[in-house]
Design a protein around this ligand. Structure first.
Ligand SMILES: Cc1cc2nc3c(=O)[nH]c(=O)nc-3n(C[C@H](O)[C@H](O)[C@H](O)COP(=O)(O)O)c2cc1C
Length: 165
């Protein structure tokens, strides 16, 4: 079976999932890297970081082009812990996938964010100490710092094996 792993990652979180998927395969992936129009595979593992509630633009554009493929989607997001949130994110991504494709499944986990995000929250808290949502965002930032963690990587491996069964 020809398996391609196509992903977009700025700070390495989604890349770590992609590498974990690659290492979990019994055979070498026929493709591992950025979106590319020349990929020919039986299963397309496609991964993205979350950008303002959406996939990254290169992944959106790539998904839009695919027809009659089997797609397994994986992603990291700064906000975590809630399958409801991940469902919302994936529902948005699904809009880019043509109905001729088969969606084999999706996997999400939390991914640490750059320190500038924390600095922005801290500044906003000093300006708006009454805004409790900012405290929640700051806590989420701290929670994200260890992700993807060992458990996330175990979970993505399990997910891969379920997809390939
Ligand atoms: C410009 C920007 C926008 C982001 N937007 C969101 C978002 O809307 N929701 C979310 O959960 N995480 C968001 N994040 C967090 C990243 O998706 C998260 O840290 C991800 O794991 C980064 O993946 P990467 O290391 O593969 O680039 C954003 C990060 C950046 C830099």
């Amino acid at each position: 079976m020809k398996i391609a792993i196509i992903y977009s990652s700025i700070t390495g979180n989604t890349k770590l999932l992609a590498e974990t998927i690659k290492n979990e395969l019994k055979e070498d992936a026929v493709y591992f890297g950025k979106p590319n129009d020349d990929i020919d595979a039986d299963i397309y593992f496609i991964g993205s970081w979350t950008n303002k509630g959406d996939a990254s633009i290169d992944i959106i554009n790539y998904l839009k082009k695919l027809k009659n493929k089997k797609i397994a989607y994986f992603a990291t997001a700064g906000y975590g812990g809630s399958s409801e949130y991940y469902n919302t994110l994936f529902n948005r991504v699904k809009q880019y996938i043509d109905s001729s494709n088969t969606i084999l499944g999706s996997f999400y986990c939390q991914g640490k964010m750059p320190i500038q995000v924390k600095e922005r929250y801290v500044k906003m808290i000093t300006e708006h100490p009454e805004d409790k949502n900012l405290e929640v965002s700051l806590k989420n930032f701290e929670d994200a710092l260890t992700h993807p963690d060992k458990k996330d990587l175990e979970n993505v491996k399990k997910w891969v094996n379920k997809i390939l069964k």
